[in-house]
Ligand binder design. Structure first.
Ligand code: PNS
Length: 163
């Protein structure tokens, strides 16, 4: 069984992430979407909220599941029996950081390959941070995230989150 990990912060998951996950699900028998806990990044949504939103978003994908992890990504990949890490690349600006991560991960565990999928053109501009920015200014995020995520974003920003 070929298992891949799609790791990230997913604060929140966007249609761009879901596009990469759907495409990875066609390439692998199973895809585990993994949310990093205890990131140095300050997130708007809790780890539990982010995993729940991902589960809503992947509901129609039978070979995809979601969880969270702490520690090194390659260790989590090994624990899950994954042989690949799948990441989306939007632009050249993503490349430096992702390339370094891929090399670093390969150095720690050469059994796990990093595979990059290029973004679909319609998602090139899309990121969790622009979605948060839009939501913070009362914008309509429905084109950029699944409906269930949009509802949660609206509820979260109604509580007065400033980020
Ligand atoms: O969505 P993000 O924030 O770009 O995701 C980054 C993530 C979670 C993939 C990355 O920070 C990660 O894998 N962290 C786990 C710790 C780790 O393994 N670090 C080693 C690589 S430098």
């Amino acid at each position: 069984m070929r298992i891949a990990i799609c790791p990230g912060s997913f604060d929140p998951i966007t249609n761009g992430h879901l596009d990469i996950i759907r495409r990875a699900a066609k390439l692998f028998d199973h895809v585990e979407v993994a949310v990093l806990q205890n990131s140095s990044k300050k997130c708007v949504f809790s780890v539990e909220e982010r995993v729940e939103m991902i589960r809503d978003g992947i509901a129609e994908l039978p070979n995809v599941s979601a969880s969270s992890f702490d520690g090194l990504l390659v260790d989590y990949a090994k624990k899950k029996g994954a042989t690949a890490i799948v990441k989306g690349l939007r632009a050249v600006s993503d490349f430096d950081y992702e390339f370094q991560m891929a090399l670093f991960n390969k150095e720690i565990n050469a059994e796990v390959e990093t595979i990059f999928l290029t973004t679909s053109p319609e998602h090139m501009y899309l990121s969790s941070s622009v979605v948060r920015e839009m939501a913070a200014h009362g914008g309509d995020t429905s084109r950029f995230v699944p409906a269930c995520v949009k509802e949660r974003i609206v509820a979260k920003y109604r509580q007065g989150v400033t980020q």
